[in-house]
Design a protein around this ligand. Sequence first.
Ligand SMILES: [Zn+2]
Length: 161
Amino acid sequence: MGKELYIQSATENNLKGITLRIPHHRLVVVTGVSGSGKSSLVYDVIGREGQRLFLENFLEGHPLAGKKLRRPRAAVSGLYPVLTVNQRSAFRSQRSTFGTLTELYDYLRLLFARLGKAPQPLPRQDRSLFSFNTSAGQCQACQGWGSATASIRNCSSPISL
Ligand SMILES: [Zn+2]
């Protein structure tokens, strides 16, 4: 993998065949006037191609991976698999976390189900085993709330995402 993300001839939505290089391991901000194509570049080119790579590389064989994503209208190289986080208002509950509100949690559960090992022998390992919202996956001491009280000494919940 090179030192940069290289996007060539991007024509997604209103993009006019732009070519650009974005360095890896840097915080990069995309700015511009309304309608200049910021979202098209970030979500429809980089995000779409990165998510496609994510599904292909990490979830091969999983039903979600069968959902073929269209390649963006651009030549993209040097891109690592990507998780996109959209800004939006979402339903929040007491059990909401950064992970559940952004859907990162869903992807992590899929990854855990695919790559992880269930705590006990089970005929089928699926993502519900890695959810703090299901009885199969949650810590029995705190029922998935993730906080320990004086009476809960053996909480096994991971750090909340
Ligand atoms: Zn717990």
